[in-house]
Structure formats: structure tokens, C-alpha cells
Design a protein around this ligand. Structure first.
Ligand SMILES: *Cc1c(COP(=O)(O)O)cnc(C)c1O
Length: 326
């Protein structure tokens, strides 16, 4: 709660426990939640299946602009839910503006701040009511725990705590102790992850093997100015598209130091292919409309020496470009 500038916080056994408990605390049957398009897959599955089954209306914005959020409001909207930077293309939502339209509408604003971490972005200070984290990612930082966090005003946390007592989802003591250990190095880790991501984004942008790089810290990112305004650091997550002719599966198989993994936020650099993992359930047409090509690789930057990562990527590019021995 201190890291996010909030009055109170609650610890859960997973990010999904924090997200589901907070949403069930805020919503009643017949009420509407307006969700940002392109959320973490577990969250949209929760909304589309469990929340809808309880008679809660679920709507998605058609895009990520403030006007898209305004257009999605209904008279019974009680929660506006956002996640910025978005996965996997690192698009941004204007947090302060969306918090304002939610408040004017009498709805609670809730954000999943996992991708940024509390070091890079503090949405409660920008007017968001409840900030959620999968502590499995940056807060834990070592890919060895599963936990979740919700922070906000004392009144909101009392409401979430009452629901948490019904649903369980508690965090056990050993995990809490590991998380407490991890938070001591959070700022150090995230600062290095930010620096590594910035350097790699710049380096990848200049390579022939790369068609496109997505990183809010690049001045070429369409929302770079917004990133400067609402983030303290640009984060450790970036994505890139391999040039045509380079197979993303073969590429990942060639990496030695960098591991393929779906999770993120740890001290080790990892990559994953969105179309084979988080967005595998979507039709090719839907993926294309969301801008997620088969050539897209998402990278979670760790704290290693950047030169080691560059050497690993360079070797993998070279091997991927060679015709495979039959
Ligand atoms: C991983 C993740 C979650 C879910 O967290 P768990 O701790 O795995 O339950 C939610 N939101 C985002 C953005 C995530 O990356």
C-alpha cells in the first residue's frame, strides 16, 4: 500500500484471487462492468464466464482511448477496469482521464498494474480506486511464488476483505515471507529491468532481423508522451516482430540464456510467442484485428548483463536464418 500511495492493502494467494475477490466485492447481479479490450486472458475469462453467470453484465471497450471508455459506459456501470501498459503490444491508456470519467459516472475504477510494477506507475495517485497486482511477477521477482495484492482506500479494502473472508484465496505464511524478502530488492531489480529493456528496445530497432519493436520508452512509440506523463519508468516488458522468413518457434528453440516462459517479471529474461500462448484461443482474424501477428515475440527483461542477452539473441537470429538440416 505504501509503494502505491494507498491507505490499505490486502494480500492474496494469487493475482487471480485478488482480481476475482475485488470484482465480486464491487459488483451485484444486474450491474455492469466496463472492461478494457485486450486484458490478461485470465481476467477476461473470469468476466466472460464467472461474472456473466452471476448475472453481472460485462462489456468491453472498442479501443483504448478515453472516448472508447466513455462510449462503453451504461447507466448501470459500477466498475471501470483497465490494464496499462497492455499485453503484448504495450499500448497505453490515459489513467487519470479514465479515473475521472469513472468517478463522474459514479463507478469504481480498478486497474491491473502488474506490467508496470509500483516502481514505474502509481495509478492510485492518479485517481484510480483499487490497484491490483499479480505479485507472482515483479513483486515476487524470482519466478518462485504465486501471490496477489489489492490496495486502495480503507473503505474499499474493508469491502474487499469482507468478500475475501467468504471466498478464501488467502496467502500462506511461507509465501508471504518470500514476498517480503523480494520487496526489499524491488526497486533495484525494476530499475535494472527498465535499463535493460530500454537498451534492448533500441538495439533491436536497428536490426535487420526485426520488423517492429513495441516499447513505450522509444520516442517512436505512438504514446511516448503519455508514458512520460504517467509512468516513472518505461518498464521491463517489450515486444518485437521477427522479420518475415524467421520462424518464431525455431528462433525460441535456438536461445540458450533466454528461456521461453509465459510468466514475466523475474530476474531472468524470458520470451514467449503470443499467438501460441496467451492469444492462442483467438481466431487468426481476431488476432490480426488486434495487431498480434504470428511473428510477435514478447520479452520480459531480466537483470543480466545486456551484452550477454545481445550475444544470445544474435546467435539465435543467425541460426534461425539458416535453412534447417533435414
Ligand atoms: C499473471 C497475471 C495475472 C494473474 O496472476 P496470477 O498470480 O498468475 O494469478 C493477472 N494480470 C496480469 C497482467 C498478469 O500478468
Amino acid at each position: 500500500a505504501d509503494l502505491e500511495g494507498a491507505a490499505a492493502g490486502l494480500l492474496f494467494g494469487s493475482g487471480m484471487a485478488a482480481i476475482s475477490t475485488a470484482l465480486l466485492a464491487l459488483l451485484r447481479p444486474g450491474e455492469h462492468i466496463l472492461m478494457q479490450r485486450g486484458l490478461y486472458g485470465g481476467t477476461s475469462a473470469l468476466a466472460d464466464h464467472s461474472l456473466q453467470a452471476l448475472g453481472i453484465e460485462v462489456g468491453y471497450t472498442s479501443g483504448l482511448t478515453v472516448l472508447d471508455f466513455e462510449a462503453g459506459l451504461r447507466p448501470n456501470t459500477r466498475v471501470v477496469y483497465l490494464e496499462t501498459p497492455s499485453n503484448p503490444l504495450l499500448n497505453l491508456v490515459d489513467i487519470e482521464a479514465v479515473a475521472n470519467i469513472a468517478r463522474l459516472h459514479g463507478a469504481a475504477s480498478v486497474i491491473d498494474n502488474t506490467f508496470a510494477s509500483p516502481i514505474n506507475q502509481n495509478p492510485h495517485r492518479l485517481g484510480i480506486d483499487i490497484v491490483l497486482h499479480s505479485a507472482t511477477k515483479y513483486l515476487g521477482g524470482h519466478s518462485d511464488i504465486c501471490a496477489g495484492i489489492a490496495v486502495g482506500s480503507s473503505a474499499h479494502m474493508q469491502q474487499v476483505l469482507a468478500k475475501a473472508r467468504h471466498l478464501g484465496g488467502s496467502c500462506e505464511a511461507q509465501t508471504a515471507a518470500l514476498l517480503e524478502r523480494s520487496i526489499k530488492t524491488l526497486a533495484l531489480r525494476v530499475r535494472q529491468q527498465n535499463a535493460n529493456a530500454a537498451e534492448l528496445a533500441d538495439w533491436l530497432s536497428g536490426r535487420d532481423e526485426i520488423a517492429q519493436v513495441y516499447y513505450p520508452g522509444l520516442s517512436a512509440h505512438p504514446q511516448h508522451e503519455l508514458a512520460r506523463r504517467q509512468m516513472h519508468g518505461f518498464g521491463g516488458m517489450l515486444s518485437f516482430e521477427l522479420a518475415n522468413g524467421l520462424d518464431p518457434v525455431v528462433f525460441q528453440q535456438q536461445l540458450q540464456l533466454v528461456q521461453s516462459a509465459m510468466s514475466l517479471g523475474g530476474v531472468d529474461t524470458t520470451v514467449c510467442s503470443s499467438y501460441l500462448t496467451s492469444h492462442q484461443g483467438l481466431s487468426p482474424e481476431r488476432r490480426e484485428s488486434e495487431g498480434i501477428s504470428d511473428q510477435l515475440i514478447r520479452m520480459s527483461c531480466g537483470i543480466e548483463a545486456v551484452a550477454d542477452i545481445q550475444a544470445d539473441l544474435t546467435a539465435a537470429f543467425a541460426k534461425t536464418a539458416q535453412p534447417l538440416a533435414v
